[in-house]
Design a binder for this molecule. Sequence first.
Ligand SMILES: [Mg+2]
Ligand SMILES: [Zn+2]
Length: 222
Amino acid sequence: MIEEDRVALIIDFDGTAATSNVGMSLIEAFAKDDSWRVIDDDYEKGKVGSKRAFELLAKVLGGTPDEWAGFVDAGHALDPDLSTLVKCATSKGWSVEILSDGLDFYIHRMLERENISLPVRAAALSHDGEGAIIEMAYAHGECGLCGTCKKSRVEELTAEGYRTIFIGDGLSDRCGAPSADRIFAKDKLADHLSRHGVGFEPFMTLSDVTQALFGADDKGDE
Ligand SMILES: [Mg+2]
Ligand SMILES: [Zn+2]
């Protein structure tokens, strides 16, 4: 058998695997005040990262895990083609993971709801009985900005010999996407890459990505 490329498919969560920005909605619903927003402007400009925002947020995020869960279940859904995309990729032996600069709480919950089993890298949200705790296991010293640094993960996979395919939509993807071998981008990420002359393939939904990656395989089923 000819040895094929090892391929890693890296999927952003909010706005990509999920149709909405669940993290931002959750924060807006439960933050007791707007103190975490002081960095908003600088974040848009790329001067500070989500790491600092999460540090501030942990102090003001109200609610309990039950309340967070109820909120997530009430109004948020996965892209309906996520499971097809994951099945196509895993059937080819690709490595697939969710890489999110959001919070693992709602990611695990939403994936479990749809019986999708994927490794997740994100900041961990928990509650110690007094208040919210946010732990950032994937923040990276070198970058220093991101709660979960996507660049260091993409580089890690590249060093392990993977050809990396990155799918994302937002500002948190600016750090990691340019290091990937192939990029699917929409919204703010697409604008950012265009401005910086980084090539990418535009998409609207994960159905577009599935078609672009596996289109020829899918036709037999139609
Ligand atoms: Mg996103
Ligand atoms: Zn980073």
